[in-house]
Design a protein around this ligand. Structure first.
Ligand code: TLP
Length: 354
């Protein structure tokens, strides 16, 4: 028998997408009743879709293999090639979805930077194109809540409601990239149905903070979801015995929202610890959900250097710029791991830059 100490496990703070399915999810997957979902005959997928629609107070929902495909389906369903989509300058659909808005939906993103990633009608209105036949037309407005690259920030519901109302008055639909809408709901203490009621379509992910291995949902009116099903098939997203995945999704949807507050508490604890480390710049008060972005510029090191040093010591994170790093808390990292990550970051930044 070896007397060497067991190696400490890796602390993976790159994303909340890295969670592994819980034993309950694995059991449900093994036992899932399935059918062919392209014929809409998978009972577990149908149950997940009904439940998602019910939770969001909508007529219908559709299961997708990824959030990117669900966003793209919504965009393609609401638009025609040659039109424009208004979104924030660091929106996930703009920066991280392979330019699908342009490459596949054939639309031009029309972006504007917003403080905290929170668009307002004053920022959006000047981007709406006039109804002139020789100008490209605005087809859709897209918001992101929580906003990933602004550090998990949450839309004040009064602002997103106002945008939806004014967009509707201008004849425009509004799609929500709510990959982490349950995190926003927990931070606000209001239901997802309540904070998303005015949007025309909502995408949310089962595979982020909710912890399912795969899957995202699109919710909306029956008419919109019927059209979205056609678009999903066009994109190659018609799945067959997908109940195996939906079974884990159902558990994620029912069980995880109750414990998401822990991820937020851990993120705040991490941010408060980081704020005390010389060489790190972060405002912990801005960390309201499970994502934090901090700057290592005061340390004289680049994000890539810090990332590489942390990785060697078993702490994984994601550089997001020359000196900025993102960390995301999730149910596979507990408070002890956060404290261990803080100690490691402190050691790395205390060492002389090479
Ligand atoms: N985000 C991933 C990366 O792509 C950056 C992550 O690790 O955070 N909308 C938002 C706001 C997202 O954060 C993501 C994934 C998606 C959509 C896309 O979801 P998937 O990865 O399922 O296509």
């Amino acid at each position: 028998m070896s007397t060497a100490a067991a190696p400490q496990s890796v602390i993976d703070l790159r994303s909340d997408t890295v969670t592994r399915p819980t034993p309950a999810m694995r059991r449900a997957m093994a036992e899932a009743e399935v059918g062919d979902d392209v014929y809409a005959e998978d009972p577990t997928v149908n149950r997940l879709q009904s439940r998602a629609a019910e939770i969001f107070g909508r007529e219908a929902a559709l299961f997708f293999p990824s959030g990117s495909m669900a966003n793209l389906t919504a965009i393609k369903t609401w638009t025609r090639p040659g039109m424009e989509v208004i979104c924030e300058a660091m929106a996930h659909i703009y920066l991280y979805e392979m330019a699908g808005v342009a490459a596949i939906a054939g639309c031009m993103p029309n972006t504007v930077p917003a403080p905290n990633g929170t668009l307002t009608w004053d920022l959006i209105e000047p981007l709406i194109r006039p109804h002139i036949y020789y100008r490209s037309q605005t087809a859709l407005i897209e918001l992101e809540n929580t906003h990933n690259m602004h550090g998990g920030t949450v839309y004040p519901p009064a602002i997103s409601d106002d945008i939806c109302e004014r967009a509707h008055a201008a004849g425009l639909p509004v799609h929500l990239d709510g990959a982490r809408i349950f995190n926003a709901s927990v931070a606000l203490g209001r239901s997802v149905a309540d904070i998303t009621a005015k949007f025309d379509s909502v995408m949310f992910c089962l595979s982020k903070g909710l912890g399912a291995p795969v899957g995202s949902m699109l919710v909306g009116s029956r008419d919109f979801i019927d059209k979205a099903r056609v678009t999903r098939k066009l994109l190659g997203g018609g799945m067959r015995q997908a109940g195996i995945l939906a079974a884990a999704g159902l558990i994620a949807l029912e069980e995880t929202p109750k414990i998401l507050h822990r991820d937020h508490e851990n993120a705040r604890h991490l941010a408060e610890g980081l704020a005390k480390i010389p060489g790190v710049s972060i405002d912990p008060a801005k960390v309201v959900t499970n994502i934090l972005i901090f700057d290592v510029n005061p340390s004289g090191r680049t994000a890539a250097e810090v990332y590489a040093e942390l990785a060697k010591r078993g702490v994984l994170c994601g550089p997001t710029g020359k000196s900025t790093i993102r960390m995301v808390t999730h149910y596979d990292v507990d408070r002890a791991s956060i404290d261990r990550a803080l100690a490691t970051i402190s050691t790395v930044l205390a060492a002389k830059p090479s």
